[in-house]
Design a protein around this ligand. Structure first.
Ligand code: MRU
Length: 358
């Protein structure tokens, strides 16, 4: 996608093919800063500290992390170490495991002398594949938006949560890909952007990237969605996800479940956009089986923003001494999901229907 009319991906190899560069997402929306990842440890830190985030981008960054490790040491021990360090960086997104295991499977049988070059090529291939997958999600999802527009003959209002746009992937995004595709095709639409406390991925990232592309949008507090749905102001919701079970339970950013409940109560279609590598075929019951990342309390007790003097500062919003809990994700049961928008088409969120995606 474009930033000030210049095309960007979220991760790309340096010109000399020895390292990778990323957009530091912790600095957006107030500063656009790119950073060079020189080592596997740099990649691990970028994932852990959320300089890169979003399930598909985490998977690709991890793949490049393995490639950076192989550039330095390509022994079996180095491969095993890189895989275990990267796998531990964040727990929820299954794409992380998918990216790392794909690299391990390719590299383990190769002689050491061939691993570095093969790893680099495979990481680049995984990145390109992500772009192609998301473009296909965009195509399939935009047909749903087109159908709503056809029926309504007016602007389509779409609610989204967190950031599942191009910043969460290599390009296009998952939940936002149908929105960009429909917008580019001239379908009038407007996006309600949940701010997504505590890290505000909606307010800071989704709003920023929609604005860069010229898509009309309005940021709302996380608790506003139910009210808007009751008043007919939301035609559909599209969210991304970090893991989907074989039965169609969806794990996504905390607060998604409440939006799905409100959508269900108000007859608003609730779609989940995902690349098929986000499906964890080993799991059935998402509520019981998906480990939920718990992050630092400071993300809840403190908030950062742009001050009137142009400086970004962090302030405390809770009383001194109050404890805070910070669950990063929740699980939306399949029964609340209208459909899964994948690169292979739109599929019902149930075990039988999902078999076509295996
Ligand atoms: O914690 P993050 O910012 O990495 O979480 C990302 C999300 O949960 C998004 O909602 C997204 O839907 C999944 S990535 C396309």
């Amino acid at each position: 996608m474009k930033i000030n009319n210049t095309p960007f991906r979220t991760i790309w190899p340096t010109a000399d093919n020895t390292a990778v560069e990323i957009i530091d997402q912790t600095r957006l929306p107030h500063e656009f800063v790119t950073l060079r990842l020189n080592t596997m440890r740099d990649a691990e830190r970028a994932i852990r500290d959320m300089l890169v985030r979003g399930a598909p981008l985490i998977g690709v960054t991890a793949a490049y992390g393995v490639a950076l490790a192989m550039r330095d040491h390509a022994s079996d021990a180095a491969l095993a170490d890189a895989c275990s360090v990267l796998l531990a960086a964040r727990p929820t997104a299954v794409n992380l495991r998918w990216g790392v295991e794909k690299m391990r499977a390719l590299l383990a049988p190769l002689p050491e002398s061939e691993r570095a070059a093969a790893a680099w090529k495979e990481a680049a291939r995984i990145a390109d594949e992500d772009v192609a997958i998301n473009a296909a999600i965009g195509k399939h999802g935009s047909e749903i938006i087109r159908a709503i527009h056809h029926r309504k003959n007016d602007t389509v209002n779409i609610l989204t949560h967190c950031n599942a746009g191009w910043l969460a992937t290599v390009d296009w995004g998952t939940a936002l890909a149908p929105i960009y595709t429909a917008f580019d095709a001239g379908i009038p639409l407007h996006v309600w952007v949940d701010e997504t406390r505590p890290r505000n991925q909606g307010a800071s990232l989704t709003a920023w990237e929609l604005g860069q592309h010229g898509v009309p949008h309005t940021v709302i507090v996380d608790n506003a969605g139910g009210h808007l749905m009751q008043h007919g102001m939301v035609d559909m919701a599209i969210v991304g996800c970090d893991r989907v079970t074989a039965c169609g339970d969806v794990c996504n950013k905390i607060g998604t479940y409440l939006k799905a409940l409100a959508a269900h109560d108000n007859g608003v279609p609730f779609y989940v956009a995902l690349p098929t590598p986000t499906i964890d075929w080993t799991l059935q019951d998402g509520v019981k089986e998906i480990p939920i990342e718990e992050r630092a309390a400071e993300e809840v007790t403190h908030i950062a923003g742009l001050c009137s003097d142009g400086q970004v500062r962090t302030v405390q919003v809770t009383p001194q001494g109050s404890r805070a809990a910070n669950y990063g994700f929740d699980v939306t049961p399949a029964r609340l999901v209208t459909g899964l928008i994948t690169e292979r088409g739109v599929v019902k969120a149930d075990a039988k229907a999902m078999l076509v995606l295996r």
